[in-house]
Design a protein. Structure first.
Length: 503
């Protein structure tokens, strides 16, 4: 029953309410996972939401992490099975024919046929319970005792219960509870994998976006350089410019062409990085058009983001679950420092008759019972005490690790919040710089057209404008990346893409 529930939770298709995120951006549609066995198709418009869905359905890391969750669920079943009863049955026949001499009047013969049933169970208190029933048919020749053949039935129940070491439901349930915590840890690790994958898809998508936009800027710069070269050649023929102006323009064209070649390579590398995240095996699908999402100015708050990170982030929850596992281990280790004190008891009845039915329904005149107590005390109990101290040290060490993880989370959130605020200011500054660079280029080009500036100054103005445009583009992408990083730390990207995961 547990495994289907986990599989249903891992389907990642449940809808969640709109999340009040960093900015006033609308939540993405719920992701619909793709079949990893189908060829990857990235034609047409490739949205960020579709890339997230493809990655969650096809990425190898995410798919591998699925099996870790299944293994953890099965570990709970294994621990619970230790307290399941065991049913046993056996049947046997034994025949004995004694050797004798030639003058003997009889040949002693004995036959026993046995059928036995047993039920054994380990109970949650740490004790063991055994119930046994046996039916025996005996046949002897010569018959010294009647009836012959005869049937005997015997039924018994026995109990053994520890009182100190190994006793208690908390002690015996510790392994089961620890396995359940293992399921929680595995689910949290899966959540961390999904959050990381979403963040990696966002980063890769934005980087590809930047590379393609950079390629477009470089194409524009090449066109401007070619136009300047054409104008310089015309003016040189008219005697208004020299060969130096033409050579400078040719150098500008060559430099722009070289940058365009490098930018094309960067675009292709970014496309491959996206295909890799999406679980592509053939790398044949061309990446279609991608969207530049709106770049807003989200309002950020450290207190809000840190609270969300503590509540939604998997790292602290994993650390806490690990502490709980060590507490269970310490509980068992402490109980093991006690002596072994066990009580045992049993009761049995038996009957004897001429037929099998009479042996069951007749008088059970025979009986037996037993009771006892055993005590075992290792000299000094030093080994178990040392194991208990080790368990306490592991628990306390993990508590310190939790505080360290909390500190690291605080530093990361502070840095992420600061990064968003800084990139907002950087975007404003770079936009102003682009505006001034464009105006400077227009003025320099007008002076050149009027014969008041050299082509070299025009080339410089072109390069300055291209650099400013790229800086503004990088500032936009950096802001998107900063917001994605903060969502990753908060765990809020799951709500943004409406991804529901098991607890």
């Amino acid at each position: 029953m547990i495994r289907p529930l986990v599989r249903a939770g891992l389907a990642l298709l449940c809808f969640l309410p709109t999340f009040p995120g960093l900015a006033a951006e609308s939540p993405a549609p719920a992701v619909a996972l793709s079949d990893p066995e189908q060829p990857l198709d990235l034609s047409g418009l490739v949205t960020l939401q579709s890339c997230v869905a493809l990655a969650l359905g096809r990425n190898f890391t995410v798919r591998i992490q699925h099996f870790s969750v299944y293994e953890a669920v099965d570990s709970v079943v294994v621990q619970q099975a230790a307290f399941e009863p065991t049913f046993g049955f056996n049947a046997a026949k034994q025949v004995s024919q004694q050797a004798t001499n030639e003058i003997a009047f009889s040949y002693p013969y004995t036959s026993y046929e046995t059928a036995a049933f047993a039920l054994n169970d380990t109970i949650i208190t740490g004790g063991t319970l055994s119930v046994n029933y046996s039916l025996v048919r005996s046949d002897t020749s010569p018959a010294y005792i009647l009836p012959n053949p005869a049937f005997g039935s015997a039924v018994s129940i026995s109990v053994a219960q520890p009182l100190l070491q190994g006793a208690g439901t908390d002690y015996n349930r510790a392994a089961i509870e620890s396995a359940k915590l293992g399921v929680r840890i595995s689910n949290l690790n899966f959540k961390s994998t999904v959050l990381t994958m979403v963040y990696n898809v966002e980063v890769t998508y934005y980087n590809l976006l930047y590379q393609r936009e950079q390629y477009k800027v470089q194409e524009d710069e090449l066109k401007q350089a070619q136009q300047l070269l054409y104008e310089n050649m015309i003016r040189r023929q008219a005697g208004a410019l020299t060969d130096v102006d033409v050579m400078n323009a040719r150098a500008g064209v060559a430099a722009a062409q070289n940058l365009l070649i490098l930018d094309k390579q960067a675009v292709q590398n970014s496309e491959d990085s996206l295909r890799q995240l999406l679980g592509d095996r053939e790398f044949k699908s061309a990446v279609g058009e991608i969207e530049f999402p709106p770049v807003g100015e989200p309002e950020v708050s450290f207190d809000r983001s840190y609270k969300l990170a503590r509540e939604n982030g998997p790292n602290l929850a994993v650390a806490q679950a690990t502490i709980d596992q060590f507490k269970l281990a310490a509980l068992k280790a402490k109980r093991n420092t006690l002596p072994e004190l066990n009580v045992t008891g049993g009761l049995g009845y038996n009957s004897y008759a001429a037929t099998a039915g009479q042996s069951v329904t007749g008088a059970w005149s025979g009986y037996n019972w037993n009771a006892g107590v055993t005590l075992s005390i290792p000299w000094g109990m030093r080994a178990n005490r040392a194991l208990y101290h080790q368990a306490l040290s592991q628990e306390r060490s993990q508590e310190v690790a939790y505080d360290q993880a909390d500190q690291n989370l605080m530093i990361s959130v502070r840095s992420a919040v600061r990064g968003v605020a800084t990139n907002i200011e950087s975007l404003h500054s770079s936009a102003e710089n682009t505006k001034f660079a464009a105006k400077a280029y227009e003025l320099t080009k007008a002076q050149f057209d009027a014969g008041l500036a050299t082509s070299y100054l025009v080339l410089q103005a072109q390069n300055t404008l291209a650099t400013a445009r790229l800086s503004e583009l990088q500032a936009k992408v950096n802001l998107l990346l900063a917001v994605a990083n903060l969502r990753f730390l908060e765990g809020s990207s799951l709500q943004l893409y409406r991804i529901n995961l098991p607890d």
